[in-house]
Design a protein around this ligand. Structure first.
Ligand SMILES: Cc1ncc(COP(=O)(O)O)c(C=O)c1O
Length: 393
């Protein structure tokens, strides 16, 4: 007879109920999706050009106020094809403080990443350093709106114009963020979004490349589909980067209440900041002037001396209490094993400082205020509980 350990099953359930996840995707209600799913199955088509995909792209471009949108199967592939259609060579300026995909997309295109340091307050590329880093082989700037905080877009646009560089935004985090009252999505040559389960418009796996250029839009459509315009004779080396019809249907539904969700999220983020600001040694990301963040994540930077223990120790203790945080982004990309041999002389002090001390806290659309209070009171209890020599225990 199979032995069932009810006791440990019960305690696992209690832990799960009590634990605070880092993120919870907030999908549309299944009932809302059923009708569209049923219609799709009834249609019996496998063509990627289902109405759902076309409608999703149309609604998304209208929402963002951008002319063209090409949906893709994830943000990484979105970045890869965005760079491909620009036909870039040489090196491209980007932050090392980002998710791996920002740099991998360049490497997959045979372009050398040219890492530039971030502003330690906004965690985004520092325009002055970007300008300094431009050299004769630089062909573009790939900037990321870190954690939803828009970059200093105008300054980057000026540099791109001055040196005749392409400007691409990795906007994976920034759906709903604004710069000078305009939604992110309308800037640069191309912008790329992610609709991964952890993002504000979760579809499972998905993304989109948006642009105001018809020429780039046409190219993007082909490159997403092997480079095939429909006659089987590929005009460009493409790949299969199409979103699934199911993803598009989930995205369409998610867009319906996006604005309401976003304003609720902004209020909850403020609640977090109000509770945390009283704790010594905790610093927040500074939102760029004239911009608004969607607060994709709630990052805090720990000043070990003022707080009383390191980021790593805080992470471990919270984890033991089943409060799950993430060290986004640690290590920075130039320290990855796959890049280390190439970028061993980089001078990216702010990037390394922030990466060593940052912690992103649990946050999702429907997080309860009481959950935020639990996270903050646990952090508060730890502040100054240790002397720095305890760090080595
Ligand atoms: C900054 C950034 N860029 C790109 C991506 C890639 O998006 P995806 O996971 O949809 O491939 C991510 C994913 O989290 C990201 O954080």
């Amino acid at each position: 007879r199979q032995h069932i350990d009810y006791k440990s099953m019960k305690s696992a359930r209690v832990i799960k109920e009590k634990s605070i996840p880092f993120i919870k995707p907030f999908y549309p209600k299944p009932q809302a999706l059923c009708k569209n799913f049923r219609a799709y199955f009834k249609e019996g088509t496998y063509n990627e050009q289902t109405n759902a995909i076309l409608e999703f792209e149309e609604r998304l471009s209208k929402f963002l106020g951008v002319k063209y949108c090409v949906s893709v199967c994830n943000g990484t592939l979105g970045l890869i094809i965005a760079l491909r259609v620009l036909d870039l060579k040489g090196n491209v300026i980007l932050p090392s403080f980002s998710f791996s995909a920002t740099a991998h997309a360049l490497t997959w295109n045979g372009i050398r990443p040219n890492f530039v340091d971030i502003d330690p307050k906004t965690f985004n590329l520092e325009p002055k350093k970007v300008k300094k880093a431009v050299n004769s082989r630089t062909t573009a700037i790939l900037a990321a709106h870190m954690f939803g905080n828009p970059c200093q877009i105008e300054q980057l646009q000026d540099i791109a114009k001055q040196y005749n560089l392409k400007l691409i935004f990795d906007s994976a985090h920034a759906l709903g963020s604004t710069y000078k009252n305009k939604l992110i999505g309308r800037f640069g040559d191309l912008e790329v979004f992610s609709f991964h389960a952890t993002k504000l418009l979760p579809v499972g796996e998905g993304g989109a490349v948006v642009t105001n250029s018809k020429k780039l839009y046409e190219k993007l459509k082909y490159v997403r589909t092997q480079g095939n315009r429909g006659d089987g004779n590929c005009i460009i080396v493409g790949l299969n980067a199409k979103i699934s019809p199911y993803g598009a249907m989930i995205g369409l539904e998610g867009l319906k209440n996006f604005k309401v969700k976003l304003s609720g999220r902004i209020k909850l983020a403020q609640y977090y900041f109000d509770l945390l600001k009283k704790i010594p040694g905790i610093h927040f990301q500074e939102i760029t002037e004239c911009a608004e963040s969607n607060f994709q994540y709630i990052p805090i930077v720990i000043n070990k001396k003022q707080f009383g223990c390191s980021r790593d120790r805080l992470f471990d203790i919270l984890k033991r209490k089943h409060i799950y945080t993430r060290k986004y982004f640690h290590p920075p990309i130039h320290k990855f094993r796959c890049y280390k041999h190439i970028f061993n002389k980089e001078n990216l002090k702010n990037t390394e400082d922030i990466s060593n001390n940052i912690l992103c806290l649990p946050f999702y659309d429907n997080i309860k205020k009481s959950t935020i209070e639990t996270v903050c009171s646990n952090i508060k209890k730890l502040a100054n509980r240790f002397t720095l020599s305890d760090e080595h225990i």
